[in-house]
Ligand binder design. Sequence first.
Ligand SMILES: Nc1ncnc2c1ncn2[C@@H]1O[C@H](COP(=O)(O)OP(=O)(O)OP(=O)(O)O)[C@@H](O)[C@H]1O
Ligand SMILES: [Mg+2]
Length: 372
Amino acid sequence: MAHIRLENIRKVYDRQVEAVRDIAFEVERGEFVVLVGPSGCGKSTVLRIIAGLESITEGALYIDGRAMERVPPRDRDVAMVFQNQVLYPHMSVFDNMAFGLKLRGYGKEAMQRRVREAAELLGVEAILDRKPEQLSGGQRQRVAVGRAIVRKPRIFLFDEPLASLDAGLRGKMRAELSKLHARLGTTMIYVTHDQIEAMTMGDRIVVLDKGRIQQIDTPGALYRRPANRFVAGFIGNPPMNFIEGRLVGGTGGGPAFEAKGGTLRIPLAESRHAPAASRIGQAVTLGIRPEDIRPPTDTPPESPVCEADFLLDAVEYMGREALLRVRTGAQDVRVRIAAQALPPANHTVRLALDLNALYFFDRRTGARLHPG
Ligand SMILES: Nc1ncnc2c1ncn2[C@@H]1O[C@H](COP(=O)(O)OP(=O)(O)OP(=O)(O)O)[C@@H](O)[C@H]1O
Ligand SMILES: [Mg+2]
């Protein structure tokens, strides 16, 4: 188990491509931290820097308090698993897993014990004699993880290790890796572009976009208190709706949000929406998640809502639930509802927006308007 600290790390490739900047976070001993973000945001760069496979342009990296600047990868006691981990094709599963130990001069008995332990943990005891070509994709990834485990490193780094697997197997392996973390207690950093993977596995999540950290938080906090529009739109599936409009006030009641080009007008409560209400006259973006818009009849009696009419474009039936694609003016909104009594398309539907579930974002910077 190890503690990791990144101090304002900046990485420039080839003297001109700035891959990441101002990367600062800590990973506690035994913690499972996920780095998540869209393709090209710098996830692999950060991971490779920790492993020692990339140099740091500016900033510093510490593992257990020790600066890593001059420590080569093999002396960092870090194991990394990649997306398409290449196994040695001519070696058996056993030999693939034992290879790293052999290089480090382990004796035969110790090697066998460690490989058997890891194989049992990963459920690959029965295939130790096979060659990689005789394995399924999931089995191959398990062996790749096994090869990392046998070394008992103080840190595991995973770079999209499940990306090439189909959805079902990915879900299963996800659960297995979480269990593995619980059993080994090793510090782990896991990179993925899949927000569901991040939400289900991470103790904490570091959200990256365009080489910068957007937010670091627990899954629950990212979902309930996103720092900005990027995080709000990235975490959650289907994603949060964003409706452009402006804050109006004064005449005829208190402050309200008025959607652009539509009839949607949401009165704001001073207590609940104070930071937004102080921006009367400004253009803002309203955010609301698809599950926080419901048919008025499905609304819990105690929750404050605002009812409004929307034009229903399409209904996507998904079994227990349905996704409605509706519009206010020219702005599309998605609504997730229980799939009973679905309304017909191309009609007006009345829906209730949960006033406790509104988010407001600065139109220009994307920052969320109400803190906390
Ligand atoms: N060796 C390199 N030389 C030059 N530019 C690079 C190099 N490696 C990465 N980059 C650039 O740095 C940025 C970050 O790349 P990185 O591989 O860290 O992204 P990523 O988040 O892992 O993306 P993906 O999800 O596609 O794997 C990208 O713009 C990429 O093109
Ligand atoms: Mg990558």
